[in-house]
Ligand binder design. Structure first.
Ligand code: GBH
Length: 456
């Protein structure tokens, strides 16, 4: 039946994957251990004033040493899958060339520990910690040399771990490490380049994904499932009329034209190229074919409706609507509360690109949680957030939209990039002095949902 309201049909599909996620620089610490090279985030976080409170990831959650304890945390909340990222400069301190076996050993230990505890590993190959040497030598993603280097690194890692890891993401959040890093100057390396260069950075990033994908398929030990984890820019119909839904589709395709759309379609939209004019990137047809290499699934990080949209009489057929001045936000200033995004993002991906399998690779919210004297963290804000967002996810799966898994960002509080340690995203609270981990109320909620595979 089609009832999705309280009390009816609240199950998620059989075999739905409930997982948690983190990224290397945000949790590992141990930045000078076992031969790890320097990444652009080591450099950037040391520039005074760039990070709130001048925090950095030198110690973070010390997961490098405490991973066994953290695997037990996952187990305790029925996180049946874990999405982590591999630090490129741990594996190749100089980006390419001679690998550092001790770097990869950490991930081998982690993977073995996960499997021994019945948790499925999902590996992300790039979550923003570019080897510094590539920034110095080539300007990072400004050069296709970086795309080539990524393919070499991706093939090496895949060859070494694909006997045990079957699910891979090439890169995390293209929009963040291209536009926000090279155009808006918000994330490392903090550049504010003109649009022509930014368009080229985007092109090199999707190219790098394509080259990596091809290299990974060649060395895979067994059939793998490979996809991306992109923070899709989601346009949500402000009122769900037929016309507005059509408009949301068009808008989402155009808003992602330089990244997800070209990966899905193998071409830039006319609108994208026309609006760039002489600033359009340099690319070849052969590169476009690589960029659009077939994916086994589409992974999307969904936090919000980036835009509300309605049908318009203009050429594009859509009109973007700005959020109201007092639209509620979670603790992160960018985080407009919009649970419907967790329904519309996968629906639009399915409708636009006929995706057959979709993962929510990140969803969650920041808060300024505090540990009470009794040792509890009562994060009613996060529980409220989750109830509302998961209701929309349930709506999606009930309607047959092929979402097969959900990864909560994050397992535990961690280094929240430019916001340092001040904003907390974890289901587990981190005491940054003692590095003790404590479950929040939201951890209990996640556990109950995951264990019953039911919307609660
Ligand atoms: C994800 O990005 C990241 O993958 C993850 O590492 C991160 O910890 C998590 O979200 C929570 O933020 O400088 O004010 O413009 C989510 C999308 C894109 C949202 C970058 C914040 C920059 C904020 N993010 N954006 S701002």
């Amino acid at each position: 039946n089609s009832y999705t309201q309280l009390g009816h049909n609240r199950k998620f599909p059989d075999n739905f994957v409930w997982g948690t996620a983190t990224a290397a620089y945000q949790v590992e610490g141990a930045v000078n251990e076992d031969g790890r090279g320097v990444s652009i985030w080591d450099t950037y976080s040391k520039i005074p004033g760039k990070i709130k409170n001048n925090d950095n990831g030198d110690i973070a959650c010390d997961m490098y040493h405490r991973y066994k304890e953290d695997v037990q945390l996952m187990k305790s909340i029925h996180s049946g899958a874990y999405r982590f990222s591999i630090s490129w400069p741990r594996v190749f301190p100089n980006a390419t060339g001679t690998p550092n076996p001790k770097g990869l050993d950490f991930y081998n230990r982690l993977i073995d520990e996960l499997l021994a505890n019945g948790i499925t590993p999902y590996a992300t190959l790039y979550h923003w910690d570019l080897p510094q040497i590539l920034q110095d030598k080539y300007g990072g993603w400004q050069s296709k040399e970086t795309s080539k280097a990524f393919a070499e690194y991706a093939a090496y890692v895949t060859e070494k771990i694909s006997d045990r890891v079957k699910h891979f993401f090439t890169l995390n959040e293209f929009y963040s490490f291209t536009d926000l890093s090279y155009g808006l100057g918000q994330l490392a390396p903090g550049l504010k380049l003109p649009i022509k260069e930014v368009a080229q950075v985007r092109n090199n990033a999707v190219l790098e994904h394509g080259m990596g994908l091809q290299a990974m398929r060649q060395v895979a030990k067994s059939p793998l499932e490979i996809g991306v984890a992109e923070n899709i820019v989601t346009a949500v119909p402000v009122i769900e009329t037929k016309e507005n839904i059509e408009a949301a589709k068009k808008a989402t395709r155009e808003l992602n034209a330089g990244l997800l759309t070209v990966m899905m379609e193998g071409k830039y939209t006319d609108n994208y190229l026309n609006s760039l004019g002489p600033d359009a990137p340099d690319f070849t047809m052969e590169e476009l074919n690589l960029i659009a290499g077939p994916l086994d699934f589409v992974g999307i990080n969904v936090y919000l409706a980036n835009k509300y949209v309605q049908a318009g009489d203009n050429e594009n057929g859509f009109e973007l609507i700005q959020h109201a001045k007092h639209h509620p936000t979670m603790a992160s200033p960018w985080h407009m509360v919009s649970p419907e995004s967790l329904y519309w993002a996968p629906r639009l991906v399915m409708e636009l690109w006929k995706a057959k399998e979709i993962y929510i690779t990140e969803n969650g919210c920041g808060a300024t949680d505090e540990l009470s004297q009794e040792g509890q963290v009562i994060d009613t804000d996060r529980v409220m957030f989750l109830k509302n967002y998961l209701t929309q996810l349930h709506r999606a799966t009930s309607e047959g939209i092929p979402v097969t898994g959900y990864f909560h960002w994050s397992l535990m509080d961690n280094f929240e990039w430019i916001f340092g340690y001040g904003i907390r995203f974890g289901l587990f609270y981190m005491d940054y002095e003692s590095l003790e981990r404590n479950p929040k109320l939201s951890a209990e909620y996640f556990k109950k949902v995951a264990e019953s595979n039911t919307l609660l």
